[in-house]
Design a protein around this ligand. Structure first.
Ligand SMILES: [Zn+2]
Length: 605
């Protein structure tokens, strides 16, 4: 793979050399090609992404604060009023994993709800949201005790989420004592953490009262520990981050190009790649950049046409046909909110460091085909978990309240804006095409870019530039690798003679004036993607970033050329084809409601 070699060469030479030459005291040590926008600088405009963010924000605001604090108050022996959220969230007398997941990880997603609310405040400036964050932190602080983690199956897992919740409360919601609270929460957790990151087999080899004790995710801790150090929580966090890097069993072999993914728990090992990226960005470790880049490529290589990965929450062996086999055997095809959150973070770090647009191609696949189509969370903790790529699939809520995915959905939808625009001093990169406005502060001046588009249901994207003064910089447009020869770009109606190159950013460098307009038309040819090499007849219809799901109740058999004739009906979220057997409708995942679905069509002849 050409692209992977490029990254590794960067890791081995250019970037590492840059580290030696130009360290900046107190700042991230590694050179970064592009910096993601800040939460407050991007405003989503009317469209499905804004609608999903608002709905999730409303749900988090409606969650009962006593119920959220209850498991912590109970362990601290404090009065604990309010209802049980139930599911994974509350203590239960009879703890019976894996037959019954009630009481699986009490309080685990509290920190993620706090994080999501804090980010939502940073995005919207909503005062009531910041006040709710402040009340939750104030309610949590007096409950802190090391006893919380006595006989607790996943202490690292829960502490990692409390860490990011308190960090985000401090950084994004103005809770000034949140770092002090974090230091006390860290003191309470440390006696319960292992001496180093442990793999699942290593944990299983230790005496443990219950199988769930073998599922802790200490190897995901470094990312947020590095962030704690960078945001001023104290020097010990950097040392803790290094202590929990899963080097020997994971990062070192990945950096060498060894595929150690098969059989590993999917989401947590994607998430661990963000720890590797922080080890690179913060500590300058080129080995960890190589590990993250290779790991990400190996995951993308075993993805479904939706961009999702890890059926039954496990990575598969290349060439085994396991992805195709899963279409008949499971409805747990992709852990969607957690997986999308982990995917977005790793892709954003990699794009930021390498400047390569392909990480954005993979983000938008996961956006439109996975997270944007998640069923909305409810304030009782009911949440969407698995996307279902079964031959007879459907959208469904998880049976337990307050799963992992109820925590990550609020974080990933709050991150839409910061994932859409990235900058460097002389350029702004537009990574996601969505109705939105980016306010770019350049020194003392401000440039505003406003995107108007129905993409991906329509191919046209218009970007209006507003600037009080003439400014010289580049606007970099992500041209997806799938973009067809009809893709074109114009500024103020004048088309560029050279067509943009798919799979790269197209940079328009000029002196911009107020009112300048960029018009981008992305031609999206239809293509067919087999689920894997062992199942060449199981084909997904893909147009641009969209994997198209056939919707039931009836699913036709197809010839390849019939699938290639699938066409969008007007400009809505519906595609159709008619064959001698009848008519079949297709929809992108975000437009699927209660219909039964089939992602991979069975082809005949
Ligand atoms: Zn999850």
């Amino acid at each position: 793979m050409e692209t992977r070699r490029t990254v590794l060469q960067l890791a081995g030479s250019t970037l590492a050399a840059g580290l030696m030459a130009d360290p900046v005291a107190g700042a991230p040590h590694a050179p970064v090609a592009l910096t993601p926008a800040s939460y407050g600088d991007v405003t989503l405009l009317d469209g499905p992404m804004l609608e999903q963010f608002r709905r999730q924000h409303d749900t988090l605001m409606a969650m009962d604060e006593d119920a959220l604090l209850k498991p912590f108050r109970q362990r601290a022996g404090l009065a604990a009023p309010g209802p049980d959220l139930g599911g994974w969230y509350n203590w239960v007398r009879k703890y019976n994993i894996p037959a019954d997941f009630r009481g699986f990880i009490p309080g685990h997603c509290f920190g993620q709800y706090v994080s999501a609310l804090s980010r939502a405040h940073a995005v919207t400036g909503d005062r009531a949201t910041a006040e709710k964050v402040a009340r939750l932190v104030a309610g949590f602080a007096p409950t802190i005790t090391a006893k919380f983690y006595d006989d607790y199956a996943l202490p690292a897992y829960t502490f990692d989420k409390i860490n990011i919740g308190l960090l985000d409360a401090y950084s994004f919601a103005g809770v000034s004592n949140a770092l002090d609270v974090l230091n006390r929460a860290t003191d309470a957790a440390l006696p319960h953490l292992p001496e180093k990151a442990l793999t699942r087999p290593e944990m299983a080899a230790r005496p443990h009262p219950n199988v769930a004790f073998g599922w802790d995710e200490s190897y995901t801790l470094p990312e947020n520990l590095y962030l704690a150090w960078k945001r001023g929580a104290g020097d010990r966090y950097r040392a803790l981050a290094r202590r929990f890097l899963l080097d020997q069993a994971y990062f070192a072999p990945l950096a060498r190009g060894d595929n150690v993914l098969p059989g590993k728990h999917a989401y947590s090992h994607m998430n661990a790649l963000s720890s590797a990226m922080q080890a690179y960005i913060t500590d300058g470790s080129a080995m960890h950049l190589g590990a993250a880049a290779n790991g990400f490529d190996l995951i993308v290589a075993q993805s479904f046409a939706t961009g999702g990965w890890g059926p039954n929450e496990a990575f598969v062996a290349p060439g085994s046909g396991a992805l195709g086999d899963s279409l008949d055997t499971t409805h747990a095809s992709f852990e969607t909110p957690c997986g999308s959150y982990g995917h977005f973070k790793a892709a954003r770090y990699l794009m930021s460091v390498t400047g390569e647009s392909r990480f954005g191609d993979s983000m938008e696949r996961v956006l439109y085909n996975a997270i944007l189509g998640a069923l909305p969370m409810k304030s009782d903790g009911t949440a969407f978990y698995y996307s279902d790529y079964n031959n007879i699939g459907a959208k469904f809520y998880h049976e337990y309240h307050c799963t992992c995915c109820s925590g990550t959905i609020g974080q990933v939808v709050a991150d839409y804006g910061i994932s859409a625009y990235l900058t460097r001093p002389d350029a702004v990169a537009i990574n996601l095409y969505a109705p939105s406005q980016f306010t770019w502060k350049r020194g003392g001046r401000t440039v505003t870019l406003r995107q108007t588009t129905q993409y991906p249901l329509a191919p046209d994207i218009e970007i209006a530039v507003a600037t009080p003064h003439e400014e010289t910089f580049a606007v970099m447009l992500r041209i997806p690798a799938w973009a067809g020869a009809g893709t074109r770009i114009a500024v103020n109606g004048r088309r560029f003679a050279d067509g943009p190159q798919p799979g790269k950013f197209f940079a328009i460098r000029r002196t911009w004036r107020n009112g300048d307009r960029i018009a981008l038309t992305l031609e999206a040819p239809l293509r067919l993607e087999a689920v894997d090499d062992k199942h060449p007849g199981h084909l997904a219809v893909v147009q641009g970033p969209l994997a198209l799901f056939a919707v039931g109740p009836r699913f036709l058999p197809f010839h390849r050329d019939e699938l290639m004739a699938v066409k969008q009906a007007s400009s809505g979220p519906e595609w159709r084809v008619t064959t001698p057997e009848g008519a079949q409708t297709f929809k992108p995942f975000f437009a699927v409601a209660q219909e039964s679905t089939r992602l991979y069509q069975a082809t005949v002849g």
